[in-house]
Design a protein around this ligand. Structure first.
Ligand SMILES: [Fe+2]
Ligand SMILES: [Fe+2]
Length: 273
């Protein structure tokens, strides 16, 4: 377990990617969801631990620890965000309402399949973000960039666990597919709602460049996520067969246990370009 904390900048975090403001809008919307999604994933996986073989139970505990740590860092970030954009409090309320209702209504099997699906989406996002990181993070705030990359790197690290838990508790490939598609709809919907609120605060809601960029990234991301979802639903496929993004994994190894810190993620600067 890595215990990292981030000291966020004192100035506005509404647009921490000045060259690509839409990245801030979408990433902040994803961050807003984390304190609702990740505790849901943690609780659904925790409910299976008694039924898991010892080695997988240990991995499940490790995943839970990591998710709890992720959402804790995002919660601090989101507090700053909501103080800048009060409209986001309403978005948070919608997220809280949805995850509470879903959790109380869904069977354990459905909750675990949604968690496994959400984990595949997170892992795919890590691969996509690493590949596009130079375009996305040019001149971006280094600490906030590091928050997101640290989170994504740990998603890569535990990419197989929720899938294995789903399979070990009797989940079928079809149920996984249903959970993954449901996860995509829920995550996509809340990301769109949050992004629109932030774009309005950035005064970019009617900007055609913003719409063009977001549409382009959404299609590009879909080409990464959907093949991974459908592959994992196929017989004999396992998420471990999908290659890890190398630079993320290598960077994570630079974590210093003594100082409980990780080097800032390298991002290009227009000044040195
Ligand atoms: Fe996470
Ligand atoms: Fe995760």
């Amino acid at each position: 377990m890595r215990r990292v904390t981030f000291e966020y900048p004192e100035e506005s975090i509404l647009c921490w990617t000045p060259r690509m403001p839409e990245v801030s809008a979408a990433a902040n919307a994803v961050s807003l969801m984390m304190p609702f999604l990740e505790p849901f994933v943690a609780r659904s996986i925790r409910s299976t631990i008694v039924d898991l073989p010892p080695e997988l139970a240990d991995q499940a505990r490790w995943l839970i620890d990591q998710e709890v740590s992720h959402q804790r860092q995002h919660r601090r970030f989101n507090k700053l965000l909501c103080s800048e954009v009060p409209g986001l409090v309403r978005t948070e309320k919608m997220m809280r309402w949805f995850f509470r209702r879903f959790e109380s209504a869904a069977s354990r099997k459905l909750a675990v399949s949604l968690s496994a699906g959400a984990e595949t989406v997170a892992f795919s996002m890590a691969r996509w973000t690493e590949r596009h990181s130079n375009e996305l993070f040019m001149d971006a705030d280094p600490v906030i960039t590091t928050l997101f990359m640290w989170h994504l790197a740990e998603e890569v690290e535990h990419k197989t666990v929720a899938f294995d838990v789903h399979r070990a508790t009797g989940g079928s490939r079809f149920q996984y597919l249903v959970g993954a598609l449901l996860a995509l709809i829920v995550l996509g919907w809340f990301t769109v709602i949050g992004s629109l609120t932030i774009l309005r605060a950035q005064r970019r809601l009617r900007n055609p460049v913003s719409w063009w960029r977001l549409t382009r990234w959404a299609f590009s991301l879909a080409f990464e996520v959907l093949p991974n979802v459908f592959a994992a639903a196929m017989k004999s496929h396992h998420p471990s067969e999908i290659a890890d993004p190398i630079s993320l994994v290598a960077w994570l190894r630079l974590y210093d246990e003594e100082t409980q810190s990780i080097p800032l993620w390298w991002r290009p600067s227009s000044l040195s370009a």
